[in-house]
Design a protein around this ligand. Sequence first.
Ligand SMILES: *Cc1c(COP(=O)(O)O)cnc(C)c1O
Length: 221
Amino acid sequence: MSVQENLNRIKGTLPSGVTLVAVSKTKPESLLLEAYHAGQRDFGENYVQELVGKAEALPKDIRWHFIGHLQSNKVKYIAPIVYLIHGVDSYKLLVEISKQALKHKTSIACLLQLHISGEETKFGFSYKECGECLDLLSAKPLPGIQVIGLMGMASNTPDDTVVRKEYRELSLFFREQQLKHSGIKILSCGMSNDYLIAVEEGSNLVRIGSSLFGERSYENG
Ligand SMILES: *Cc1c(COP(=O)(O)O)cnc(C)c1O
């Protein structure tokens, strides 16, 4: 199946109002262009150098989502390019993003990442920490930063009931925070294997890589 056929098939399963981010990490620019010519504009990358290189080479109306784990010392490279940073998992990182946004005279939209799976390897705030961070930002906003939602990754398990429970909890927390804080509108969850469950539970942004572009030949993210 071509990228265009995959894109149409996936879009056909998404309710209106759900944004599809095409996760293109490790994939060549030619494949991104296939998706672009089929109308796709939101692309997600995990590695700073790769995002910077692709952004230079590819059309300027692409909206680049940084979905990987971001180190503070690399924020400066993506600050002028990135459309949305999904994986913010500390207040310290928000402070650095704010600093770089001001330096580049821009404003950067961010999602706070929640650690929702039982797995130890995934990054993210606990629910309690995330709630405290949002309270702090509401009381004392950081200039150049807009926190517009939350992101999470469910456990990597074939057991759908576990995945559904994790996304349901995240979605409930998202709606609670929406009532407390203005501007919270994006819930980024769901990947190739579990996005239909995520959408049923309330996701409005899915990040899909392998079912769109094919399996990745190496995996280090
Ligand atoms: C790689 C990645 C995805 C896409 O995963 P697929 O299973 O290929 O759809 C989504 N989100 C994050 C954070 C990723 O690192």
